[in-house]
Design a binder for this molecule. Structure first.
Ligand SMILES: [Zn+2]
Length: 136
C-alpha cells in the first residue's frame, strides 16, 4: 500500500473541491474555512493545517481530507467518528437477536420481551443523544 505524503493546506492557494463536481474552493474571508462554488459545502481547516473537515450536519460523522499535492484523499482517521454508533448498533442487533430467540422458545413471554426491547431502545437512544452531545 502506497502512503501519500500530505501537504499543509495553504489558505491562499487554489484547490479543487473533493465533491467531484469540478467545483473550486474559495477561501471565506476572515475565517479558516473554504467554500465550494458548485456544491455550496463549507470545509474547515483543522488546527494542524493538514486536514480539511467538511462542515455538515447531515452526516452522523464528519468527513475529512488531506491534500497530497495533486488531489484530496479521504482521511482514514476521520472514519473513527462512526465507531461508537457502530458498536451501539451491533450491541442492539445482538440483543434483539437473543431476545427473539428467547421469545421463540417461550411464546407466552412475548409481551415481556417486547417491554424489554422498548427499554433497551430507550437506553440506546439516550446513549446516542449523550454521544452526539459529547462530540460538540
Ligand atoms: Zn464542491
Amino acid at each position: 500500500m502506497r502512503t501519500y505524503k500530505s501537504q499543509k493546506i495553504d489558505h491562499q492557494a487554489d484547490y479543487p473541491c473533493p465533491c467531484r463536481r469540478s467545483g473550486r474552493l474559495n477561501p471565506i474571508t476572515l475565517t479558516e474555512a473554504f467554500g465550494c462554488d458548485r456544491c455550496q459545502q463549507i470545509f474547515v481547516v483543522q488546527e494542524d493545517g493538514y486536514v480539511m473537515e467538511q462542515l455538515s450536519t447531515h452526516y452522523p460523522y464528519k468527513r475529512a481530507w488531506r491534500w497530497t499535492g495533486q488531489q484530496w484523499r479521504l482521511d482514514q482517521s476521520s472514519l473513527n467518528f462512526s465507531y461508537p454508533s457502530l458498536i451501539v448498533m451491533t450491541a442492539f442487533v445482538l440483543m434483539a437477536f437473543f431476545l427473539l430467540l428467547a421469545a421463540i422458545q417461550s411464546p407466552q413471554g412475548v409481551q415481556a420481551i417486547a417491554q424489554i426491547l422498548i427499554t433497551v431502545g430507550v437506553f440506546v437512544f439516550l446513549g446516542l443523544v449523550f454521544w452526539l452531545a459529547a462530540r460538540r
